[in-house]
Design a protein around this ligand. Structure first.
Ligand code: PEP
Ligand code: MG
Length: 889
């Protein structure tokens, strides 16, 4: 018999799959003996069953009724009891937090009768009618589908009529009138009445929360956060406690440490005489939590004690929501808090120091993605000039973009390739698409725990909120700073999420403190604590990881940087990049050579240049392996564009002149070499087999460079890699040539040359015949860019294609397979090639040098697949080191 409902006393934090994050944590707090209003949770399984069939699963309501009866018995009153009503909140709570994305309905149990009872027992008519007003409004929009702005408009109208700014100033009679207006509005819009039966209210509220799982904003959020669509949400039904019962009541949100920096201290916002929703919505400006100490020292002390309990129990930063009802403190929610990348590193190190977590746990608490964020440049504080305004530094980083004032505009401009900053008074869940599209979010209202701050932090997006000196006029699409500066839509602004400042115009960027540390080990006064925390995480990762990390580099500068960033060699040196610039002409001569002699001349001219390149790179990576790949791309990439040539020739003719003979010759060669699908054409190993002398020249350059380095007392470790092999015979032919040339160079230079020869595995056929290929290969390196292209049949040069975003939208995949390795398909080929390659040659060295080598999720896969190393761009090297360490935990 499936069970759909659990009392808070029955659950625990390890039940998040079933009870959702909020439900499992409420249960955990209940078990810890913290003051949690009693309640129960309907499971995610109930939600899934409801969403699948469109109706309530059998037996669900029987269980709910039994739990409700128990709740009523313990409270000594019943739901909506006319003289003293028990009131309930109904809140969503999925396994992964989706702040504000689903529905909440409060004050369930109020109706035309019980509102009078509530007025009597609470001693406040105003409070009772305000609660009823809130219920009708929330129920009307969430459950009955009336546009929420209709209610807002009525409320605003009444406030205007009465000449008041704040809801708090409306007397009970006005609120009672508003309830009538709202009820009429519901009837008018839906033809249905607001239900007076408390039981019906509860039932319909629960179903509405289930349904909100599939609401538009929830779906957008899940896609962005890669949360599966089939998890469903739990629903928490809990006794209401009230923060809006006067000045001895209030609601707040708090963090056990600063979620922006990770530093110790009690952070949060408090709003006297308000419900929790008012705090998060940023509708009224909150006061800092420290103020609570002055307002209600007993509750403040209680809160601090509970927060210490929670942090020690969860062994992590927690965020909490609390309410004080007439001097009694209630804990309404806790969870392991979202934090910035910086805070993640700082916290992990601090908690390890405090002995709350082990060094391995500390490593597991940080991420490569977070590290990458800390490596982004920041604003050059010497050239920022005067800020337009300061606000709360809610989510760090530096962003420059055009100011836009609504979500739709942000999405539109970003889609057209523009960088934008979304400016709002405060954000709501409806702004989510715009927040995703923007570089930064700027609000004039709300604190560190406002919607804008929480969501931006979760997404790693730059955010400054509560910049109160700014007047944001979304209608007129502009904001005005205190000094009178007006910023209109489209004007560039710079947002410093670390300092909480906003500037007009673009502010120049400088390297981050972490980059400077990686570059030369230098410290940084202000952010030394971040640098230290990052250094510790990397050191731990280096201790535990099994995967080596190499870099893709084809210049000595890149090689040196990669080495400073911790690379243990070069996994891919693309020689084609050495054929560009002024050398292009030589390549052109080689391609166009009419005779062997001409070609040999061109190759002979290229030889010393190539040798020089290799000497410099081998020197930069002295003692570490350098995998040099033979020329790969289609040759026509080195020739001029045929359209340009044709235009040049045609305009010469139009002027009555003879076209340049060289141009005509070039054009016919380019046309001769034209391929419809060059990426599947004459490239890779195929070039080596059909262009005489090419492999020999490159290998001679490598051999001579190694010889030169040896004679100079170095320890060069060149490896020669053959690209785009599909069959062992291709590799065998090239390898014979390589060995012949190496033997010649060795004889001529009088040095022994030991250069392993291996191949890329970047075609499905290579993966499927890896056992055969391993007979000729001393190492494999997966070229997962081409392997993804050829496995899926997606052109890697057209990944921005329209259909890719459709695929992402329709959920065919949640990230591009060119970014994160497709484990199921491409990963399977990798698995086959590793197994079959090693079966033939047990000591086969295997790595990867496609872009996936620097992608965190893919690094974990390569660890599990048993690779020896990953190779990625120099800037991703620290990320790969960190993730390789985490993969080994
Ligand atoms: C690859 O295909 O993954 C690879 C590393 O080679 P390239 O990107 O140069 O084709
Ligand atoms: Mg390739």
């Amino acid at each position: 018999m499936v069970r759909y409902v659990y009392d808070f006393t029955e659950g625990g934090r390890d039940m998040a799959d079933l009870l959702g994050g909020k439900g499992s944590n409420l249960a955990e707090m209940t078990r810890l003996g913290l003051p949690v209003p009693p309640g129960f949770t309907l499971t995610t399984e109930a939600c899934r069953a409801f969403l699948e069939t469109g109706s309530e699963p059998a037996g669900l309501w029987r269980e709910v009724s039994a739990h409700l009866a128990a709740l009523e018995a313990s409270a000594g009153r019943s739901l909506g009891q006319p003289d003293d009503p028990l009131l309930l909140s109904v809140r969503s709570g999925a396994k992964f937090s989706m702040p504000g994305m689903m529905e909440t309905i409060l004050d369930i149990g109020l109706n035309d009768d019980s509102v009078l009872g509530l007025a009597k027992v609470s001693g406040s008519e105003r409070f009772a009618w305000d609660s009823y007003r809130r219920l009708v409004q929330m129920f009307g929009s969430t459950v009955m589908g009336v546009d929420s702005s209709r209610f807002e408009q009525s409320l605003a109208l009444l406030k205007e009529l009465r000449g008041v700014q704040d809801d708090v100033r409306l007397p009970a009679s006005d609120l009672a009138e508003l309830v009538e207006t709202f009820k009429n509005l519901i009837h008018l819009e839906t033809g249905d009445h607001f239900p007076q039966s408390p039981a019906e209210q509860l039932r319909r509220a629960v179903m509405a929360v289930f349904e909100s799982w599939n609401g538009e904003r929830a779906r957008v959020y899940r896609r962005r956060e890669h949360i599966a669509d089939d998890l469903g949400t739990a629903v928490n039904v809990q006794r209401m406690v009230f923060g809006n019962l006067g000045s001895d009541s209030g609601s707040g949100v708090a963090f056990t440490r600063d979620p922006a920096t990770g530093r110790p201290g009690l952070y949060g916002d408090y709003l006297p005489d308000a419900q929790g929703e008012d705090v998060v919505a940023g509708i009224r400006n909150t006061v800092p939590l420290a103020e609570l100490e002055r307002l209600d020292a007993t509750s403040y002390d209680g809160l601090r004690t509970h927060m210490r309990t929670l942090e020690r129990h969860y062994r992590d930063l927690c965020d909490i929501e609390f309410t004080i009802e007439r001097g009694t403190l209630w804990m309404l929610q806790t969870r392991v808090g979202k934090r910035t990348a910086e805070a993640a590193f700082v916290l992990a190190a601090a908690l390890a120091d405090e002995g709350l977590i082990t060094p391995d746990e500390a490593l597991d608490r940080v991420s490569g993605e977070g590290l990458a964020r800390l490596m982004f440049p920041r604003f050059d504080t010497d050239s920022t000039g005067t800020a337009l305004a300061h606000g709360v530094p809610a989510s760090p980083g530096a962003a420059v973009g055009a100011a836009v004032f609504d979500s739709a505009q942000a999405v539109r401009r970003a889609a057209a390739g523009e960088k934008v900053v979304l400016v709002r008074q405060e954000t709501t869940p409806d702004d989510l698409p715009g927040m995703i599209a923007a570089q930064a979010v700027l609000t004039s209202r709300g604190g560190k725990t406002s919607h804008a701050a929480v969501v931006a932090r979760g997404m790693g997006k730059v955010c400054v909120c509560g910049a109160e000196e700014l007047t944001v006029d979304t209608e007129a699409r502009r904001f005005t700073a205190a000094d009178g500066t007006v910023i209109r839509e489209g004007t560039i602004v710079s947002v410093d999420g670390s300092a909480g400042a906003v500037y007009a115009g673009p502010v120049p960027l400088v390297d981050s403190a972490v980059i400077r540390y990686l570059e030369d080990g230098s410290g940084d006064g202000g952010s030394q604590y971040v640098v230290d925390a990052v250094a510790r995480a990397l050191a731990r990762a280096d201790t535990v990881r099994r995967l080596e990390v190499r870099a893709n580099a084809d210049t000595p500068e890149d090689a040196e940087r990669a080495r400073r960033f911790g690379a243990q060699g070069i996994g891919l040196c693309r020689t084609e990049h050495m054929f560009l610039g002024e050398r292009r002409e030589l390549v052109e001569q080689m391609i166009l050579a009419g005779t062997d002699a001409e070609r040999e001349k061109a190759l002979a001219d290229l030889l010393p240049l190539q040798r020089q390149d290799f000497v410099a790179i081998l020197e930069a990576m002295d003692g570490l392996p350098v995998t040099i790949r033979l020329l790969d791309p289609p040759l026509h990439e080195f020739l001029p564009d045929p359209t340009e040539l044709a235009v040049r020739i045609a305009s010469a003719q139009a002027r009555g002149e003879d076209p340049d003979a060289h141009d005509a010759e070039l054009l016919s060669a380019v046309n001769r070499m034209h391929e419809e699908n060059p990426m599947l054409g004459l490239r890779g190993v195929r070039l080596g087999l059909v262009v005489p002398g090419l492999v020999a020249m490159q290998v001679q350059a490598i051999g001579e460079a190694v010889g030169e380095r040896l004679l100079a007392g170095g320890t060069p470790k060149a490896e020669i890699m053959v690209p785009l092999v599909g069959d062992v015979r291709e590799l065998r032919l090239v390898r014979e040539e390589v060995q012949r040339v190496l033997a010649e160079v060795s004889r001529a230079a009088g040095v022994a040359l030991d250069c392993p020869v291996g191949t890329m595995i970047e075609l499905p056929r290579a993966a499927l015949t890896a056992g055969r290929i391993a007979e000729e290969a001393e190492f494999f390196s997966f070229g997962t860019n081409d392997l993804t292209q050829t496995t899926w049949g997606f052109s890697r040069d057209d990944v921005e294609a329209e259909f890719f975003s459709a695929y992402l939208d329709k959920g065919v995949f949640s990230t591009s397979p060119f970014e994160t390795l497709d484990r199921e398909g491409v990963g399977r080929l990798v698995g086959i090639a590793v197994a079959e390659g090693r079966a033939v040659r047990p000591d086969l060295k295997i790595g990867v040098c496609g872009e996936h080598g620097g992608d965190p999720d893919s690094v974990h896969f390569f660890h599990t697949a048993g690779l020896d190393y990953v190779s990625c761009s120099p800037f991703r090297v620290p990320v790969a080191r960190l993730e390789a360490g985490r993969a080994a935990l």
